[in-house]
Design a protein around this ligand. Sequence first.
Ligand SMILES: O=C(O)CCC(=O)C(=O)O
Length: 207
Amino acid sequence: MEVKKVDASDITYEQFVEEHWKPGIPLVLKNATKVWGAYGQFSPDWFRERFGERKTHVNGVEYSMLELMDLVEGKDTSRPVPYPCKYHIPSQLPELMPMLTPLDIGYAKPNWLESAWFKRGYWGSALELFIGGTGGKFPYVHLDYYHLSAWINQLYGNKEFTVWPRGQEAYLYPDPQNKWSSSIPDIENVDLGSIPSTGMPRPSNSW
Ligand SMILES: O=C(O)CCC(=O)C(=O)O
């Protein structure tokens, strides 16, 4: 589906809730992260200079920030750019936290993750820095756990998202083992022989 874009100065929180959050219609909020100290700061060189030796793991392989930045900028072409490549900000890059306030940018509220129930586990701080390069893509189509609303703040470069309207979940064939994920292996190249293109999927398959 096409996603509407609106400048954050042209939509109130109340309008956002009524017109987007409640009906489940995604929105690109332009300039919403101008309120963050991180705005206009983050870049490959900014991370190289400050966190060059900071490590993370992608699919069991350890990478330093320096290595990752060389990969995403195409300075190192000896191996693929790993994705999804993430740093858990509160534990792996805590220095960034003061640059990301207010975390809700005035729209992403109420934040269920601030409830005492969520704070007990990982989900209480699902705040991550995603680093990607050309060709990197999330490995499967999914719905966020617990029906949480995903907030993606794009601070450098471009990224493409593919979203489906609420109510179409069953047509993405949820994986019976993990109903938050689609069982279609490659959504851009669907094998219609194994994935029927017509007929109603069984109701038990719905998210
Ligand atoms: O930014 C991405 O590649 C995907 C993020 C996402 O869908 C998620 O974290 O649930």
